[in-house]
Design a protein around this ligand. Structure first.
Ligand code: HEC
Length: 305
């Protein structure tokens, strides 16, 4: 019987035992199947969807969304809009908007306890607007690639009192507030940084790696020719391009904010794969991969899904 590891070196968690009975490779590493790789060029950012799902023509811009507004509510067509009609102020006021205010209040309270909280978020400067659009990024002091949610947790850790761990309501609310200050700013993850690109490549490998009791990869649902575009228990998986732009999002079905890493955990649940905790190195790598696929697309927080 063979063991399947999802998270390579950084966090070798045994995910599923039993289904994909394979053989060990010559070097003794567990055999693992991969979904065939799609051709994705990280340099193209969200425009990489051209020639991929090609749904980008329906959601690339406000005008494109307007032209296809008639698809909203039509289960056969709606998925082609990549849910982009639910961003920002395109929908009526929803709890995601209130999270901006609660998050701001939480940040103010933290800054009152320790003023360094805001300068830590601002990377030494006072200006926070636009900054969130360059995440995830390599941080020399921390010695790792950090996401916005990791930054919030680390900055808050220095202030006395309540901690703000990734995955908590407080962390998601502060993240929505911080990212809303970059709303409309095109995402610009620095793919010129070798450490960011190394994380991208690891994330890419995870995206195609089959895991869990169903032996599914992320790609089994999110690339053309897979389940993408087909209904699966009431939901239709869409293209992975430009997804990172609207997280954390307010999830209407469960009435709560959800970070992108919590979404990964939800998808892992659908794959019958053991979910990882927010902040796990494997989820950071996947977030880098997905955010590079959002490069160039405007940050769209707050949003609802
Ligand atoms: C069994 C099918 C399935 C698998 C496998 C799967 N997902 Fe999903 N995923 C979905 C569905 C269905 C949705 C909701 C519809 C949508 O937005 O695409 C979704 C949504 C998402 C979203 C949110 C998209 C948005 O617009 O908000 C992200 C991000 C995501 N998946 C990433 C992943 C990653 C990373 C993996 C692998 C760890 C994965 N998914 C594996 C079915 C799947």
């Amino acid at each position: 019987m063979n063991r399947i590891h999802f998270a390579c070196v950084a966090s070798p968690i045994v995910l599923a035992i039993g289904v994909a009975a394979g053989t060990a490779s010559a070097d003794g590493e567990p055999y693992r199947e991969t979904y065939p790789h799609a051709q994705i060029d990280p340099a193209r950012g969200f425009e990489g969807d051209v020639g991929f799902s090609d749904t980008i023509q329906y959601w690339r811009s406000e005008q494109a969304l307007q032209r296809h507004a008639g698809w909203v509510g039509d289960p056969e067509q709606q998925w082609r809009l990549n849910w982009k009609f639910m961003d920002l102020d395109r929908v009526d006021l929803h709890p995601g908007h209130f999270a901006v205010d609660t998050g701001a209040a939480r940040a103010t309270a933290l800054a009152r306890r320790d003023p360094r909280f805001l300068s830590c978020l601002g990377e030494g400067g006072e200006k926070l607007a636009g900054l969130a659009a360059s995440y995830p990024k390599y941080d020399a002091a921390l010695g790792r690639v950090v996401t916005v949610e990791d930054r919030i947790e680390s900055c808050a850790a220095a202030a006395p009192g309540e901690k703000v761990p990734q995955g908590s309501v407080a962390n998601n609310e502060i993240s929505v507030w911080f990212k809303s200050l970059s709303a409309g700013t095109p995402i610009r993850v620095d793919i010129g940084d070798a450490r960011v690109m190394a994380a991208y490549r690891r994330g890419e490998t995870l995206f195609y790696a089959k895991t869990g009791q169903l032996n599914f990869a992320c790609a089994s649902c999110h690339v053309p020719g897979s389940i993408m575009g087909h209904r699966l228990r009431g939901e239709t998986p869409t293209t992975p391009f430009a997804d990172a732009a609207h997280y954390p999002t307010y999830r209407t079905p469960v009435s709560m904010l959800e970070s992108i890493q919590q979404r990964f955990a939800r998808c892992h649940g659908q794959m019958r794969t053991q979910a990882l905790a927010p902040g796990d190195p494997a989820y950071v790598d996947l977030e880098v991969f997905m955010t590079v696929l959002s490069n160039g697309y405007p940050m769209s927080v707050p949003s609802a899904r």
